[in-house]
Ligand binder design. Structure first.
Ligand code: ATP
Ligand code: MG
Ligand code: MG
Ligand code: MG
Length: 472
């Protein structure tokens, strides 16, 4: 019998409990006391307080299953087998306690021991940082894996530009030759490099240096361990699923979308992308809203708005013309309830937020799509290759199409996008708004326009914040 996702998660926590770790519950997706992060994007993001010494944990060995959101992967979703916007990271952490030998040996034991996951060791490859001779030695001599299963990679250094940093070592599972086709378009197509065939499952970070403001690397007083394993990827291997989506974490959502759309999953590649995007995005939406984020025009809220509108567009590709995402919320809640009861507990509220936001976009989406499709058709007949920034702006400003969404649609049609032209329009609007504001101020009136101005200027700030968050 194949393990369920809930069993895999629990097995990970039980394993590290047996190695004297204390288990911390998943923290909220919305960072607490951390202005540098838009979303919790990894297990370690919730452990900063221990790593920087501001809080001393009861036990220096900690393990968790942490819900995480990564905006840098939005466009990968549905296209790769392995990326989500919200996923769970399983992690074990050592706050100045054990180091490389234990981290590596335990990872290996968990993955290969028949008492635990029991993977065939021949399927596993690891990467190390070229200068990290110690990690390589441990893999070869203590673990005893063959030398052609260890690959040195320059990238394997975890560094945020400041603070704790160090080499890492990643573990890959070879899914076999039948995955070569899927891997074909992948630039990192080598043994040990990640792609659909050599699936990256676990990152072990050995943080042992302090990256100083002067740019030097000083040894840290304490050496720490921080690891992250992708639950969905583990489950795809264990449940023998071609992608993360054919697992018990996603299939019930896809099944519900089949029911709502009358379309079948697994028949048409393009439609499958839409099923996957919807199944992915509704998880992020449900959990993020459950954790207190709300759709809006700035920061975190803008990410939610963008995800929701992208999911609605994919719903349209499946022929769904009404609000439907909210109906998936209870399905998400039920899948996750054993470890994350929060979606079920707040089901009515989350549904209401999602439904309201969907209905709002439905008011303008058809007009926007008509405009976009007309422009695309016209470009094709004229043999032109670039979508004008003015169009992108109009879709954004009048019809609420997130700029990234319009650009993605155009790029999927093989067009280039005039992003600069969009920025120029955006800037011009801000100038107009500023001028209007000074006039209005002098008249002492607070108009609706003012609210709009605020939104637009904050929107620009969001880019900045997001790129910071993607450093992690
Ligand atoms: P990738 O190279 O596949 O984008 P990564 O190197 O960015 O992954 P890490 O930061 O090393 O990922 O995170 C640790 C683990 O978390 C990865 O090995 C993977 O199993 C999982 N993971 C990372 N990003 C995602 C994602 N977007 N969706 C699902 N799982 C992910
Ligand atoms: Mg990544
Ligand atoms: Mg990677
Ligand atoms: Mg990685």
């Amino acid at each position: 019998k194949k393990l369920s996702s809930a069993e895999v998660r629990q097995m990970f926590l039980d394993f590290f409990k047996s190695k004297q770790h204390m288990i911390e519950p998943s923290a909220s997706l919305v960072p607490v006391n951390d202005a540098t992060l838009l979303w919790i994007n990894s297990g370690v993001a919730t452990m900063k307080k221990y790593f920087d010494g501001s809080v001393v944990p009861e036990n220096p060995r900690i393990a968790n299953a942490q819900k995480s959101i990564r905006t840098n992967d939005i466009e990968n979703v549905g296209k790769t087998a392995r990326h989500h916007t919200m996923f769970e990271m399983l992690g074990n952490f050592s706050i100045g306690d054990y180091f490389k030998v234990e981290a590596i040996e335990w990872a290996w034991e968990f993955l290969t021991s028949p008492e635990w996951i029991g993977f065939d060791p021949d399927k596993l490859y690891v990467t190390v940082y070229p200068e990290d001779k110690e990690a390589k030695r441990i893999w070869l001599e203590e673990v005893g894996i063959p030398v052609d299963h260890v690959v040195e990679i320059e990238d394997n250094f975890w560094d945020l530009g400041a603070g704790p940093s160090g080499p890492d070592s990643e573990i890959f599972y070879d899914r076999g030759e039948s995955f070569n086709d899927l891997a074909e378009d992948d630039p990192e197509n080598y043994p040990g490099g990640e792609n659909e065939r050599y699936l990256e499952i676990w990152n072990l970070v050995f943080s042992e240096f302090n990256h100083t403001p002067q740019g030097t690397y000083e040894p840290l007083p304490h050496q720490n361990i921080d690891t992250g394993m992708g639950l969905e990827r583990m489950v795809s291997i264990i449940q023998d699923a071609p992608t993360n989506f054919e697992t018990d974490l996603f299939l019930p959502i896809i099944g519900k979308v089949e029911e709502l759309s009358g379309k079948k999953y697994g028949v048409d590649k393009q439609l499958d992308v839409s099923f996957k995007v919807i199944a992915d995005h509704i998880r992020s939406l449900a959990f993020a809203i459950g954790d207190g984020a709300l759709p809006s025009n700035e920061g975190r809220g803008y990410v939610l708005r963008r995800l929701l509108r992208r999911a609605v567009m994919h719903g349209k590709k499946l022929g769904i013309d009404q609000a439907f995402l909210y109906k998936l919320v209870p399905v998400v809640g039920n899948i996750m309830v054993s470890y994350y009861p929060e979606v079920n507990q707040q089901e009515a509220f989350i549904e209401k937020v999602v439904r309201t936001e969907e209905e709002r976009f439905h008011e303008t989406i058809n007009d926007g799509l008509t405009m976009l499709n007309n422009v695309l058709a016209e470009l094709k007949t004229k043999n032109e290759t670039t979508l004008d920034g003015k169009v992108i702006f109009k879709l954004y400003d009048t019809f609420g199409f997130p700029v990234e969404l319009t650009e993605e649609v155009a790029e999927d049609e093989g067009l280039k996008v005039d992003h600069e032209g969009f920025e120029v329009e955006m800037q011009a609007q801000k100038e107009r708004a500023r001028a209007a504001r000074s006039t209005e101020k002098s008249m002492g009136v607070q108009t609706a326009l003012l609210g709009d101005i605020k939104v637009k200027s904050q929107f620009v700030g969001y880019d900045h914040l997001e790129s910071e968050s993607e450093l992690l």
